[in-house]
Design a protein around this ligand. Structure first.
Ligand code: ZN
Length: 309
């Protein structure tokens, strides 16, 4: 199985981010933890009921961080799947809640509704015929019939598409499936969630500057450590990329590399998943820490911002 595993963005206020994604957008908080490299800050994971790969949007919560500026070499927009017939429901909901959104448009023949979160993270709903038959998480406020069905994909803005496209198709399991205006679409076969990457090629585009509202990195799926290792070999031998060593992220194991267009790519294993340290029915309820930080729990908890729940 290939496709997007998760997308990680940068946000400011943790409570505001939690409120927007769990209440306004109706995703499930599947993990409340800290940034393993900086445990004084939260790391939130949102997804479907089980936190399946391909449904996950995560945030580094960096209060006080400056807004990012959008440019080349980054993920510009993250897209979610919703049932085609739910698009009007969402347009009304965004209007009622005064959520920043644009007019509905069409991309590759599908209706899309661009919107953004309170930090300016660019998002989009894509209406998919038949998506209603897939499983969905409901927070009780967004009716299950209209709820988000995982990630659709991401749009990368790059100065040049060619070498990034080669990695998508040769290493990450995607194939080019079409063009629409300035967009080149790549799809991973057989998957419903997170199977689409669009590249918008903008020659001479200036580099974006990371901050609040920017995507930090995009992670792609590897079914196993062995598959991940093969991908790493190929990246080194055929694409002159030199990924990091494998890092244990508790819920998956990851390697990272900067792709030729400047976007930070990660390859994450499907296993062990989010139920490794708490039961599926209580995912996201308590602050979870990796084993190596558990002895510092009291100190870490007292330094984190207070969240109203
Ligand atoms: Zn990641």
């Amino acid at each position: 199985m290939s496709g997007i595993h998760h997308i990680t963005a940068i946000a400011g206020d943790p409570a505001r981010n939690l409120d927007f994604y769990t209440r306004d957008v109706g995703l499930r908080l599947v993990k409340k933890t800290v940034n393993f490299d900086d445990p004084s800050t939260y790391h939130f994971y949102y997804g479907d009921a089980a936190g399946s790969p391909g449904t996950i949007l995560t945030f580094f919560l960096w209060p006080g961080s400056a807004p990012g500026s959008r440019g080349g070499g980054e993920v510009h927009r993250t897209a979610f799947r919703v049932p085609m017939r739910s698009m009007d429901y969402w347009a009304r909901r965004f209007a009622e809640r005064e959520i920043s959104c644009q007019a509905m448009e069409t991309r590759f023949g599908e209706p899309v509704l661009p919107f953004s979160d309170p930090d300016g993270t660019a998002l989009m709903l894509v209406g998919i015929a038949g998506a209603e038959s897939g499983p969905a998480w409901s927070n009780g406020d967004v009716p299950v019939e209209h709820a988000i069905r995982g990630l659709h994909g991401a749009t990368l803005v790059l100065d040049s598409a060619e070498r990034t496209a080669a990695i998508l198709t040769d290493v990450l399991g995607f194939r080019e499936v079409g063009r629409d205006g300035a967009l080149i679409r790549f799809a991973a076969s057989g998957e419903t969630n997170g199977c689409v990457v669009d590249i918008e090629e903008r020659k001479g585009v200036t580099r974006g500057h990371q901050g609040r509202g920017s995507v930090h990195h995009i992670a792609f799926r590897a079914t196993s450590d062995a598959e991940q290792a093969k991908m790493v070999e190929k990246l080194i031998a055929e694409h002159k990329r030199h990924p990091t060593e494998q890092k244990d992220r508790n819920y998956f194991r990851s390697i990272y590399f900067r792709e030729p267009g400047g976007v930070l790519f990660e390859i994450a294993t499907d296993k062990p998943g989010f139920a490794v340290d708490e039961a599926t029915d209580v995912l996201g309820r308590d602050l979870r820490l990796p084993g190596f930080l558990e002895s510092r729990r009291a100190e870490i908890e007292s330094a984190l911002p207070v969240l109203k729940t």
